[in-house]
Design a protein around this ligand. Structure first.
Ligand SMILES: [Zn+2]
Length: 183
């Protein structure tokens, strides 16, 4: 097989995958502990009026988003930007609480899901159920799973399968897409 036909086959495979991949979040490895972790976020809800509870989609115009977000957060959330590694104050966040979407306050992670990945981006082993939807991102030479807020559609990051036990997932999130609400 020559190089050109190989590239053609690879391009076709990518197209087919990107045409079918958008949809539910990959479950990752699961266990009773993971299910407990995912369900346990509700304990934070009663104490926090700042967490959105209505799953109805939030659709705003570009201008409305620009008014609501800083330019840096707009770039990440609405233009699928990536912040500089190590730039987020959330990297050092160790308190108990909930991370919500910076665009719409939809709850996405708890402190108990966070781990130190060493990448310079806030990283998590799993998500609050229903937090995100995914799509396939072919912007660089290999495909990555992009994920975005299930309520406002804002881009948050990419999920990889090289995380720690028990899920083996690494949800690599832009800190600018998150707001932390301490318990
Ligand atoms: Zn959102």
């Amino acid at each position: 097989m020559n190089r050109r036909s190989l590239l053609g086959i690879l391009a076709t495979m990518r197209f087919l995958r990107s045409a079918t991949a958008a949809g539910p979040v990959p479950p990752g490895a699961t266990s009773p502990q993971v299910e407990e972790l995912r369900a346990g976020w509700r304990a934070h809800l009663a104490k926090n009026a700042d967490i959105a509870t209505d799953p109805a989609p939030l659709n705003l115009s570009k201008d409305e988003w620009r008014k609501r977000l800083t330019p840096e957060a707009y770039h990440v959330l609405r233009e699928e930007g990536t912040e500089r590694a190590g730039s987020s104050h959330h990297n050092a966040e160790k308190r108990r609480g909930v991370f919500v979407c910076a665009g719409c306050a939809w709850p996405v992670f708890t402190h108990a899901m966070k781990f130190e990945s060493g990448t310079g981006w806030p990283s998590f082993i799993t998500t609050i159920p229903g937090a995100f939807e995914t799509s396939l991102d072919n912007k660089i030479f290999y495909s990555r799973i992009e994920y975005h807020c299930a309520k406002c559609g804002g881009h948050h990051g990419h999920v990889f399968d090289d995380g720690p036990k028990p899920t083996f997932q690494r949800w690599c999130n832009n800190g600018l897409a998150l707001k932390f609400i301490p318990a």
